[in-house]
Ligand binder design. Structure first.
Ligand code: MG
Length: 252
């Protein structure tokens, strides 16, 4: 099932993506809901961020092939950081190149969307607390990340967390092709099987640090091939079985 959040001029609604159409649901995917009768064409609506998190927890250096690329060993525990929720944008929205930076980079990532209140759960309990998975781009001001010595500014500019287009609820996250294209050219190509810490482990790990809430997002790290984006670039993150997230870089 592919869950979307959308606007068609009226109130914001959740729906089920079925090919090129969306069937509205009455309620939210975080509670009980019923599938409604109204159907909308994708062309007639605006897709919004599929989740509205209270926090975005991101994992650094989680792909074995990415760690090897930069000559590092994976950490023995996940290294995590937070992106503020003001970073989120939807499929089709613009990434704004911040004036403070002169080097921003893309990072294609699988995003976990949390289903309900999740507090100190085991790895075995974690799947029951995951609503599904979406595509994300952990946009990073690499020059500021190096300059500051910690990551808050570099990871936190408005528009630095594109997510979408939908939340796929029925998928095994541990063997999915993940690809990033910049202006049509493949820049990152890997498989989520190369993750060192798997999604269920990450949910359990983070839940022992902070209570996760419905809609919260965990970004699971990026594969090899990160690189810079320029103004006017178009960047696409595609994950097998989920869909494609497309955003353009602009300046204000
Ligand atoms: Mg990242």
């Amino acid at each position: 099932m592919k869950i979307v959040r959308f606007s068609c001029g009226g109130p914001i609604a959740y729906g089920l993506l079925e090919g090129e159409t969306i069937r509205i649901i009455d309620g939210t995917p975080y509670s009980s809901y019923t599938v409604g009768e109204a159907v909308f064409a994708l062309d007639d609506i605006r897709l919004l961020e599929p989740a509205v998190p209270t926090k975005i927890v991101a994992v650094g250096l989680n792909y074995i092939d990415h760690a090897a690329e930069i000559g590092m060993e994976p950490h023995d525990e996940p290294i995590i950081f937070i992106k503020p929720v003001s970073t989120t944008i939807a499929d089709g929205d613009a990434i704004v190149y911040p004036a403070m930076s002169s080097w921003i980079e893309y990072e294609a990532e699988l995003a976990i969307v949390i289903k309900d209140i999740t507090h100190q759960v085991s790895v075995e309990q974690a799947p029951a607390h995951i609503l599904g998975y979406t595509c994300a781009n952990d946009v990073t001001a690499r020059d500021l990340q190096r300059k500051d010595g910690q990551w808050t500014r570099a990871k936190s500019f408005d528009t630095f967390a594109p997510i979408g287009p939908c939340i796929e609820t029925d998928i095994d996250p541990n063997n999915l092709k993940i690809e990033l294209r910049l202006n049509g050219e493949v820049m990152q190509s890997s498989n989520t099987s190369n993750m060192h810490f798997k999604p269920d482990y990450l949910v359990s790990f983070v839940s022992h640090i902070m209570t996760l809430c419905p809609g919260d997002i965990i970004l699971t790290g990026t594969p090899p091939g990160v690189g810079p984006m320029q103004i006017d670039d178009e960047v696409e993150v595609e994950i097998e079985g989920i869909g494609m997230l497309r955003n353009k870089v602009i300046t204000l």
